[in-house]
Design a protein around this ligand. Sequence first.
Ligand code: SF4
Length: 462
Amino acid sequence: MCGVFGIRASDRDVARLTYFALYALQHRGQESAGIAVTDGRHIQAVRELGLVSQVFDESTLETLEGVAAVGHARYSTTGSSRWQNAQPVIRHRPGRTLSLAHNGNLTNTTELRDELEGRGLKFESTSDTEVIAALICEHDGPLVDGVKEAMSRIVGAFAAIVMDEEQLIGFRDPDGIRPLVLGDLDGHPVLASETCALDIVGATFVRDIEPGEIVVLTDRGVESILAAEPHQPALCVFEFIYFARPDSKLDGLHLHRTRELMGERLADEAPVEADIVIPVPDSGAPAAQGFARRSGIPYVDGLVKNRYVGRTFIQPDQAMRENGIKLKFNPMPDVLAGQRVIVVDDSIVRGTTTRKIVEMLRGAGALEVHLRISSPPVISPCFYGIDMATKDEMIAANQSVEEIRQHLGADSLAYLSLEGLEAATGHGDDRYCRACLTGRYPTVVPIAADKERFEATQLPVA
Ligand code: SF4
């Protein structure tokens, strides 16, 4: 995931605006946060492990004076959770400093890094973002030409914002896997991963950045360049299912409404007699509301979420994930005791959280627990910036729905079909990447990948 933000506005406090935008994008990454600003001659940056509110305070923001800024909230995919991997990445060469914020994941990092190291370049981090920054920084000439050159070499998912002392540029991969939107703040151009970041700074949504597009943000507005022939669009469908905030708008769709539609479809596809519908908060709430409305079964809150614990899905390892679940949810026996309960969640990846939730609900007195999942089974890993687990860890990659139900201890289990998802989002493989649900990838992907290093062997594109 990761959240990126960029703004050019010489008469505004760009660091403070970026801080608030990152606050709105915090759900996209909670491992580190950073802001870089340029005053036209020098770039300064603050980046640190932790939440946006932990990394920045009034005095830090006051030191970041400038006319343009780039911000980043990080969730690790390639590269571990250490300070060197925090973004924006800073890269120097004589006469130029670059600052780069990237959402996504390259699938040819290893080859590029080996090549660049072979030419004597040094890297501080283990992240693919530094490889993009090095490619751009090494290019002689205007920043935009460096971006074009880098885009011709890198493969995979990238929605990125790069800044040198003078210019701010956004660019998006030719498949458009990760989102990037353009906004307008009183005539000043703004870039963000999601529209909720535009809302918080008072900017209006202008349009999505197109797949393969470069936008150069200037004081006069935005210059657009089609740098790479766009492929068949492949925006990540999981942005609609889970990742993006429900108050964001993506590819013309309001996410809350789209998730409600998923729940409505699920109620049509997998009805069950029950007394109440509860969501797994917060991500399951819109689909649970849709399910309840369609089925006529009352919607209630049966689990309370501690909002100050990060998303369990984002925590980097299994031990933290297990602890996170206990810290995160508390069931309400007054609501649940003696009830036949439908629990709606957006997805199941490993099943660890879901199994504990079923246990919790039974412990709180639920008579029956019926799981309804508003996405199809996750069966294949993501190579585009989502740390979803390996295929071996994915419960649905290795077990039937009935086996999963038994493992989770539920009375019934049903997933939304691929057709149902397509009906809710309006498109299928023609517009969205659904590779983790189908195994069909929009680009060539490595045959195996871990957080530190991709193997070079390639699978054919499906
Ligand atoms: S594989 Fe799944 S999570 Fe990854 S980009 Fe595609 S749809 Fe999104």
